[in-house]
Write a protein that binds this ligand. Structure first.
Ligand SMILES: Cc1cc2nc3c(=O)[nH]c(=O)nc-3n(C[C@H](O)[C@H](O)[C@H](O)COP(=O)(O)OP(=O)(O)OC[C@H]3O[C@@H](n4cnc5c(N)ncnc54)[C@H](O)[C@@H]3O)c2cc1C
Ligand code: FES
Length: 352
């Protein structure tokens, strides 16, 4: 079920002291199809143990020739350090096909305000979206509010500056730096400043504005609360979580029964039973369904439920529209009845 890509590292670019971009190509020379804002899930085997980590794609299809991910060192982090310290040009990494729902809607973004709020390594999917908006989607009202500690720790500073120079009337960059910013207003983005800035930058129909948020949890929470309190609805806000908490305990299901899961087009059927998630039941039976975080936050495991009922213990990634379309997360999903799932190209372009 899972499509595993073999990717060769063709370049490694230092972005800051702690962040390195890895430029990748498929070993068989095929083009890697992805959407701006999506991520790759890398798969490693360390001491006979499989470890997966997702990395957002910082390149943009049709703008950058090759796919690129950008990895920030996490102190004591297992995989980020492993990648940065041990991988070199020519090495091969395995990955699931690109996936994720932190993507733009179809169509033009002309005369629609797009506000992108990033902090630290949260810039990786955001820069991909900015390039897509400006170079390919006719966007003329794009605003980046980007929080960093300092000039030196700002990932993609040169690239963002070039975009700001090339699109000076269409793109605004608000450069928040907590330790070396001269202007006190632009030191730390907080809820009060955001509430002041949003009306200044939403110049067109507010109902058509969109917000993309990626950064540490506290930053994302602050942005989401502020935007929501200002009257924008949840369908206008997309978030990408990098840090995954453990999923919550299974929801209470009255009278749980074993249930049959059928995967359309794959002729795969297996049994699941509460309190196991659909994904865990499959993995325990050696059925390789796609996943990454196992925490309801990345969407790698999303599938369309075409019949039957599924309860999710959490969902921090599917929008109301996705749920209406039948999408569920198998990693936090429990089958209440027999269900039929479809892994296919969905509205967000996810291909499994
Ligand atoms: C959808 C998605 C996209 C992502 N995109 C990127 C990306 O573009 N670039 C990137 O560098 N990372 C990205 N991440 C984070 C990445 O997957 C790893 O979590 C990160 O590299 C740490 O992994 P590790 O094995 O080094 O650390 P672990 O050994 O897993 O963790 C060590 C400790 O660090 C904490 N931790 C984990 N991740 C972070 C983090 N990002 N910041 C601070 N503390 C953390 C953990 O909670 C743990 O306490 C993304 C994650 C997701 C889910
Ligand atoms: S594997 Fe990440 S949401 Fe399910």
């Amino acid at each position: 079920m899972e499509r595993i890509l073999q990717l060769r590292i063709v370049d490694i670019i230092p972005e800051t002291e702690e962040t390195f971009s890895f430029v990748l190509e498929e070993m068989d020379g095929n083009e890697i199809h992805y959407k701006a804002g999506q991520f790759l899930t890398l798969i490693f085997t360390i001491n006979n143990r499989e470890v997966r980590r997702s990395y957002s794609i910082s390149s943009t299809p049709g703008v950058n020739e090759k796919l690129q991910i950008s990895v920030k060192r996490v102190h004591n982090g297992e995989i980020s350090r492993h990648l940065i310290d041990h991988y070199t040009i020519g090495d091969i990494v395995e990955a699931l096909a690109p996936s994720g729902m932190f993507v733009l809607n179809a169509g033009s973004y002309k005369d629609k305000d797009v506000l992108l709020l990033a902090a630290g390594s949260g810039i990786t999917p955001i820069i991909s979206l900015i390039k897509e908006l400006l170079y390919k989607r006719n966007a003329n009202a794009v605003v980046l509010m980007y929080q960093n500690r300092s000039n030196h720790s700002t990932i993609f500073r040169k690239e963002i500056q070039k975009i700001a120079d090339d699109f000076s009337t269409k793109f605004s960059w608000l450069d928040f730096r907590s330790s070396d910013q001269g202007n006190i207003f632009y030191k730390r983005l907080n809820n009060e400043k955001l509430a002041l800035l949003i009306p200044r930058y939403v110049k067109h129909d507010p109902a058509k504005a969109s917000f993309f948020i990626c950064g540490p949890e506290s930053f994302m929470r602050m942005c989401q609360y502020t935007i929501t309190l200002m009257g924008f609805n949840s369908g206008q806000i997309k978030k990408e979580h990098f840090v995954i908490d453990k999923p919550p305990a299974p929801p209470l299901i009255v009278n749980p029964q074993p249930a049959k899961v059928s995967i359309l087009q794959q002729h795969i059927t297996f049994e699941t039973m509460y309190p196991k998630t659909i994904l865990q039941s499959a993995l325990d039976q050696h059925i390789a369904l796609p996943y990454s975080c196992k925490g309801g936050r990345c969407s790698t495991c999303a599938a369309k439920c075409v019949s039957g009922e599924v309860i999710m213990s959490m969902n921090d990634v599917l929008t109301e529209k996705d749920i209406e379309a039948g999408l569920i997360l198998t990693c936090v999903g429990y089958a209440v009845t027999d269900i039929m799932l479809e892994y296919n190209t969905d509205a967000a372009g996810k291909v499994n």
